[in-house]
Design a protein around this ligand. Structure first.
Ligand SMILES: CC(C)(COP(=O)(O)OP(=O)(O)OC[C@H]1O[C@@H](n2cnc3c(N)ncnc32)[C@H](O)[C@@H]1OP(=O)(O)O)[C@@H](O)C(=O)NCCC(=O)NCCS
Length: 126
């Protein structure tokens, strides 16, 4: 397993993103994280077509408020045959507000799962 963790993207929590509680709506957080996780899955594998197959242990640890900047970090990569598994975390000012494990699968141009070519590992220090 590759223990490295990298910052992939950030989002600004705006009024339109809030739910009835006044916190960031959980569905918005899930949409953000799925987009960020897809970016990371593509970059870490070098595959052009990666689809979400599984998320485990989604935990909303702390509320996100209007004007918070949410930074998404990915890492702890586990290489599979057709899949890649990694951890995704959201942080606000170094406080972890959300975390989950993500599994993405590589598809070929016909939409069929394919073996990932791990010959050229992604440089997570870039
Ligand atoms: C992704 C998909 C092609 C996988 O097809 P499948 O025949 O079910 O594939 P498998 O059961 O052989 O699993 C493929 C890989 O995913 C992993 N996987 C599948 N389900 C999993 C789960 N619930 N948890 C963890 N890993 C899982 C398998 O371990 C396998 O990994 P490996 O090849 O590295 O060993 C199919 O499930 C699919 O099309 N799902 C919909 C994807 C989608 O639309 N996502 C939302 C939009 S991006």
């Amino acid at each position: 397993m590759d223990e490295k963790v990298v910052k992939v993207a950030s989002r600004l929590c705006m009024i339109k993103d809030l739910g009835v509680s006044g916190n960031l709506f959980g569905g918005n957080m899930m949409a953000w994280l799925d987009e960020v996780a897809a970016i990371f899955a593509i970059q870490v594998t070098g595959e052009e077509n990666m689809v979400t197959v599984h998320y485990s242990d989604m935990t909303f640890k702390q509320p996100v408020k209007e004007r918070d900047i949410v930074d998404f970090y990915c890492g702890k990569v586990r290489r599979g045959t057709t899949s890649v598994t990694f951890e995704i975390m959201a942080r606000c000012e170094e406080k972890t507000v959300f975390c989950a494990d993500a599994v993405f699968v590589a598809l070929d141009r016909n939409g069929m799962k394919k073996k990932i070519d791990w010959a050229e590992p992604f440089n997570t220090t870039k």
